[in-house]
Design a protein around this ligand. Sequence first.
Ligand code: MSP
Length: 654
Amino acid sequence: MSNEKKTFYITTPIYYTSGHLHIGNSYTTVAADTMARYKRMCGYDVMMLTGTDEHGQKVERKAQEAGKTPKEFTDEIVADIKNIWEVLGIHYDKFIRTSDDYHVAAVQKIYQELYDKGEIYKSEYEGHYCSPCESFWTESQLVDGKCPDCGRPVEKAKEESYFFRLSKYQDRLIELLENNPGLLQPEARAAEMINNFLKPGLKDLCVSRTTIKWGVPLPFDERHVAYVWIDALSNYLTALGYKSDDDGLMKKYWPADIHLVGKDIVRFHTIIWFAVLMALDVELPKQVYGHGWLQMNGDKVSKSKASGAACIVDPIFLAEHFGKDAVRYFLLREMPFGSDGEYTYDGLMNRINADLANDLGNLVSRSTAMAVKYFDGKIPAARVSEPVDEELLSLTKTVGASAKPYMEAMSFSLALTEIFKLVSRANKYIDETAPWALAKDPEKSDRLATVLANLFEAIRVISNLLIPFMPDTCEKILSCIGASAVAWDSCAQEGCLSGEIAVSPCEALFPRIDVKKELSAVGLGEDTPAEKPAKKEKKKKSSEPSPAAEIGIEDFLNVDLSVAKVLECEAVENSEKLLKLKVTFGNEERQIVSGIAKAYAPADLIGHNVVVVKNLKPAVIFGLESFGMILASGQGENIHVMFADESNPGDRIR
Ligand code: MSP
């Protein structure tokens, strides 16, 4: 049998260098780092790749504006990006820059091979170019004459260009996505690719430009530079030495296990990238995972949406202010991976206060403080167990196994929910066993030692399992209780339950945040001018519902609010607002018509749990029967559905 470790190759998108990153961009890399750390804990030989996407018109223009060469300009941004990753505790195994010589040389060889094989041919391009997105669009793809991705104006472009025979791959791609449900995750995104892009028909893709200088020159026609997306996507191969003299890493790690990307760039990864790989006869990656967006006011996070307080989306500010582990935890806990989630500054602080300061921080500081106070930090080996210990100990033994499937599926928020069940159980155990009362009776000293040992066993397991999410904090906790990190699967093995335990105080892991004070400090407090216009605007809205009259609990209980899973979802023909959904409550399926189409595509909903007013009288909407109503807040494009992914279909909400 071979002694070689199993390998795991995970990639993040490479980041644009035309501007600075914000907390939304950091999301992909924090998630990839967490997955990489988890896989290392499971014994894998992990390769995590990240880097920068540097070529193109936008960088060329910005560098010119700054009076710098593109290379000088990107060097500075790359240094900033690397600093962000360091501050957020991202451990990457390789950082690739598309301006690296070896990458440029390999991209040229890729183009040459495609050209020699007849996959690339010369023609003339006429279309619309969105410079910020580096994307060409046909007339029919534009939305209101603007870029369909970012909504900004496009420029007409006509030039001699080389084309990649993308259309040839249309049927193979449809078949591939239809027959390999695991290939693109979450699964609903495959239907989106098939229905929105592949079935309407693929056109050959323009893959060269003559109007840009800052790019990879084509080896067979140096007047042209490579299309930035082909240049960028190739990084996943070139980083491993593809088309170089040393392709050892390629042999070891390819095919990639996961290309982790945001939902906006799934299209490039599953259509263009897959077709290029097919054309090169290179094996496809095992999975592309398209995660949701961190949003502000229903749209992607951006500095301009941060109500003037740009620092609240600045990863460096947040990490320095609240600690990198708290920021990492928030990102992965707040939104179900795969779906969108809303980001607010107070939401971040409330989450840190509730889960980290109150629950986890308190558990650790209370337990270590008691060990120091009652046993001078040395808990004796004598033990007296009681039935009340059983529940805590059995959860301690099983939590690693119950969180594992969620980690494997990158459902980080669900994995954290599992692990935090043990945090809550341990806090409850302190209340049940009242160690401070045991400490008053010298005859109960052995029992007190047992209670504390059980607590430290729970803390040991918790801080092992949280390593991928909060590495520094966990290292600190483990060292306070004299334990060390172990593999994920060995966590359940008894650690602190026998023998003496040496404990040192572990205080203020997550100091409580004064939310009001922090909001004021960044200009978002009640009394700061930044908040006032927003309030005025609220009053102006005539469609805002007026406050409802008080009701008794019996009135509330008359409304059956239940959790349902969305099985199917499609747009209602000729309606801009309506979606038709099929949902299940576990034992009953229903059709619901809902006016949320401006804010959600079907793929955003399929597979998710939502909250439904179940006993609403059936209605006919747009000629379709609807049995219930999906709960959501807001209006138009700013509607937010109340997702309930952590509850089970059929659960009643009270
Ligand atoms: N350069 C391309 C990727 C090329 S990969 C071969 C690119 N770069 S990016 O800097 O714009 O985006 C990097 C990542 O950040 C993408 O996965 C994108 O989806 C993600 N995000 C940007 N804003 C985001 C949020 N607000 N929320 C979550 N992720 C977001 O695209």
